[in-house]
Design a protein around this ligand. Structure first.
Ligand SMILES: C[S@@+](CC[C@H](N)C(=O)[O-])C[C@H]1O[C@@H](n2cnc3c(N)ncnc32)[C@H](O)[C@@H]1O
Length: 206
């Protein structure tokens, strides 16, 4: 949790409390239903919480923003962001039911009333949102295809509605076809830990 406070030193009491409860909650749930690898659990606040919160460094969502987390797994990046933006609405979806079970349990134990979670494939989820957020679901072009027609046309935020995707490695080739609408931000702009050296945020305006 010190790592989170290093980069977010002005958290109010409620956010600090909820974020600091995450470690214990995921430890407990992960021992019952495995949603995070053991290796990653050892670096939970860095690799899951802080990585998710890179999106909060990139954009301060305005109140009432509607956000869909596609392929949320155990709730990343959706859960840490729902704590940071309690006045925004978060829908977290995954095709695997046991993951959604963990997300629902964590959201309810934290009293996060801005989170809804559902077991559904994104292809079968017709609602529209201001932003789709995601991490590590599929190659970017395939992901964009899965998300088409799901973005609301009216913008309420400092950046255009669209996809905000967390991705690592070299993916320039994957972005070629979107180059007029895409922006890429290295997470080393925000965080100095080695884990973030190769990680980026992709924002695609839709
Ligand atoms: C590698 S995991 C990433 C989980 C989480 N986003 C994270 O970063 O910890 C990818 C997740 O995407 C889900 N997924 C893959 N294709 C999907 C689809 N078409 N619709 C919904 N979920 C999908 C999988 O079930 C899996 O939980």
């Amino acid at each position: 949790m010190e790592l989170i406070e290093k980069y977010f030193p002005h958290l109010d009491g409620e956010k600090r409390e909820k974020l600091s409860l995450l470690g214990q909650l995921y430890n407990d749930w992960n021992s019952r239903i495995n949603v995070i690898s053991r290796k990653d659990m050892d670096h939970f606040y860095e690799r899951h919480v802080l990585h998710s919160l890179a999106i909060a460094q990139y954009i301060q969502f305005t109140d009432e923003t509607r956000i869909l987390d596609v392929g949320t797994g155990g709730g990343f990046p959706g859960i840490p962001l729902a704590i940071m933006f309690p006045k925004c609405q978060f829908q977290l979806i995954d095709s695997i039911g046991k993951k959604i079970k963990v997300v629902n349990a964590v959201a309810s134990e934290l009293g996060l009333n801005n989170v809804k979670a559902e077991q559904v494939r994104v292809e079968n989820h017709p609602q529209q949102y201001d932003f789709i957020i995601s991490r590590a679901v599929t190659a970017f072009p395939a992901f964009v295809d899965l998300c088409k027609n799901k973005i609301l046309p009216k913008n309420h935020n400092a950046i255009t509605n669209g996809i905000i995707y967390l991705k690592g490695g070299d993916f320039n080739q994957e972005l070629e076809e979107f180059k007029k609408r895409v922006s890429v931000t290295p997470l080393s702009n925000y965080f100095e830990e080695e884990f973030f050296e190769t990680k980026k945020i992709i924002h695609l305006s839709m």
